[in-house]
Design a protein around this ligand. Structure first.
Ligand SMILES: CC(=O)SCCNC(=O)CCNC(=O)[C@H](O)C(C)(C)COP(=O)(O)OP(=O)(O)OC[C@H]1O[C@@H](n2cnc3c(N)ncnc32)[C@H](O)[C@@H]1OP(=O)(O)O
Ligand SMILES: CC(C)C(=O)C(=O)O
Length: 516
């Protein structure tokens, strides 16, 4: 048996098994967009679909096969000769193509679904694989429901597949029945008992939450291909998640000596976001590697550690998977170190008794309020320091014009304690023009680092809630604005952030430190 001793082949099946998740239906253009990103991620194989299943899937596989460079393009086929031929018809323009033939081998599937006996399944295996081999040298075979198949019969079928031309033997845990040590033992058993030249692959489902663990046990036992899906998508509870298997291999290389994948891990977060957006499947907050909480810390002891050195509570460098660095979120479990650090990022430095008093107020509030905003923190500090935060500027008038032709223009009139100021600006859109006019009128120099809009209410007269984030000289502030007109809400949010920046700068200039 020859196996690549080092490289673990990453066979991505997001576009085939992942798409079998209830409620997902990707059209050819969406599949192509994901395939392009999978190529950037540098997976070895993209299983693009199941061509016989529909004309749409046939066309999607053909499109991906003719456009994607780099990864080998694979597609699934039953053992029917007409399925195999149809599969090849879709794949034939690929630079390199694999046909993946499967048939069930467990008694429960054979008796109830296929209505075939062992001899018939063996014969189907031979004919399907042999037909695939007439089209391409790269043929994978899967005995579906392998983990509930009697060992002797599974070995007989796998041997028949190799003898008929299969060079990858995939061992699917179709119903997520495996437990890591017995799944590992199964892979070792196949390796020992099937002779020939082939690579062993795993395809693990997550019904017991063990898909990643089982895949890794398979690798430890000799598998050199893993079938995975981005974000762990797939039938029912999903498949082994690409990001989990790849990062486990990377972070715990000590457990897999000499084995590596070629995945560009920095592309993981972008791939995950794209798949989530196009499939409409949201990511659970605490999803390993790609969830929004994967590098976020709310509790004081952890925050203290991470502020000193992120490795105290993080085993993965967020940037190595394309995520922003460690995030500190203030909440009821936070401590003084994180509280002071957050204030200092807002340009507020307080120490000693003032810090203790403000921290006590913050804890009281955090017990009652889930989302502690910068405005809350500002108010707490202002009260403790006996200063009341007042806005330097307020919006008097906003005039905008724009459309599909002509350059968008905005004019703002603001009032301040020194009287009215006004300015006009062009922009890349009306919102951009309004932001630029505000910068001009207030003499602010800041970079826009975040912009988000959501609706507070539903319907055509929904209220838009805009949050703008600005950065200037290392100080980051955010501003909020609400209106039924999204341009006005944006201008208000922008001005709110500019007012915060003005206050932060004033504090910096006059009272750099308060306290003993
Ligand atoms: C574990 C997995 O993920 S396997 C892949 C599962 N993915 C899918 O099923 C998605 C795509 N599937 C489809 O679009 C449809 O099921 C089709 C087009 C493949 C088949 O549709 P239909 O012809 O209407 O059959 P239906 O889906 O109702 O039943 C499956 C048939 O395939 C047979 N079959 C199932 N697996 C195999 C196999 N590997 N090889 C040969 N025949 C098989 C069944 O015995 C049944 O045959 P029958 O119609 O003669 O009774
Ligand atoms: C076709 C095979 C590999 C499959 O998806 C499964 O068994 O889950």
């Amino acid at each position: 048996m020859s196996q690549d001793a080092e490289k673990l082949i990453i066979f991505d099946t997001t576009l085939r098994d992942g798409e079998q998740s209830p409620g997902i239906s990707l059209d050819a253009t969406e599949k192509l967009e994901i395939a392009e990103q999978l190529a950037r991620l540098n997976v070895d194989y993209i299983e693009a679909g199941f061509p016989v299943s529909s004309q749409g899937d046939f066309e999607a596989v053909s499109l991906i096969a003719s456009r994607i460079q780099g990864p080998v393009i694979a597609a699934l086929s039953r053992t029917h000769l007409s399925d195999v031929d149809r599969c090849w018809e879709a794949l034939k323009h690929a630079q390199q193509a694999r046909i993946h033939v499967f048939i069930s081998t467990s008694p429960v599937h054979m008796e109830n679904m296929l209505k075939m006996n062992e001899a018939q399944v063996l014969s189907e295996t031979r004919s399907g694989v042999a037909r695939a081999k007439e089209h391409t040298n790269d043929v994978e075979f899967s005995p579906q429901d392998a983990t509930r198949t009697p060992l002797d019969f599974m070995i007989e079928v796998l041997q028949a597949a190799v003898d008929s031309g299969a060079n990858t033997l995939n061992v699917p845990d179709t119903v997520g029945y495996g437990i890591p040590w017995d799944f590992g033992a199964l892979i070792a058993y196949v390796r020992k008992n099937v002779s020939g030249d082939y690579v062993i692959s795993t395809h693990c489902h997550n019904d017991l939450g063990l898909a990643t663990a089982n895949s890794l046990a398979g690798v430890a036992a000799g598998a050199r291909q893993v079938e995975v899906c981005v974000n762990g998508l797939g039938e029912r509870a999903g498949n082994a998640a690409l990001e989990e298997v790849v990062m486990a291999l990377k972070i715990r290389g000590d457990q897999f000596p000499g084995i590596y994948s070629q995945v560009k891990t920095e592309e993981i977060a972008r791939t995950s976001r794209l798949v989530s957006r196009l499939t409409g499947y949201p990511l659970q907050y605490n999803k390993a590697v790609v969830g929004r909480n994967a590098f976020t810390h709310e509790s004081g002891i952890h925050q203290h550690g991470v502020l000193k050195d992120r490795s105290t509570y993080e085993i993965i460098d967020a940037e190595s998977v394309g995520q922003k660095g460690s995030q500190i979120v203030l909440g009821k479990h936070s401590g003084r170190h994180a509280f002071a650090d957050t204030l200092s990022k807002m340009g507020i430095t307080i120490v000693g008794d003032a810090l203790n008093a403000a921290f006590a107020r913050f804890k009281e509030l955090a017990d009652r309020k889930l989302d502690i905003t910068e405005a809350d923190l500002e108010a707490i500090v202002a009260e403790e320091l006996g200063t009341v935060a007042t806005d330097v500027y307020s919006l008097e008038e906003l005039h905008v014009s724009g459309g599909t032709v002509g350059t968008p223009i905005a004019k703002v009139v603001l009032s301040s304690e020194n009287g009215k100021v006004e300015a006009s600006s062009e922009g890349n859109g009306m919102i951009d023009a309004a932001g630029k006019a505000i910068q001009l009128a207030t003499g602010t120099k800041a970079n826009l680092i975040g912009f988000s809009v959501s609706s507070v209410t539903g319907g055509v007269d929904a209220i838009g809630d805009v949050v703008v984030q600005l950065e200037s000289d290392g100080i980051k502030v955010s501003g909020k604005g609400i209106s039924t007109d999204v341009v006005e809400a944006s201008a208000r949010a922008y001005l709110n952030a500019v007012n915060r920046l003005a206050r932060a700068n004033a504090r910096k200039a006059t009272t750099p430190e308060v306290g003993p």
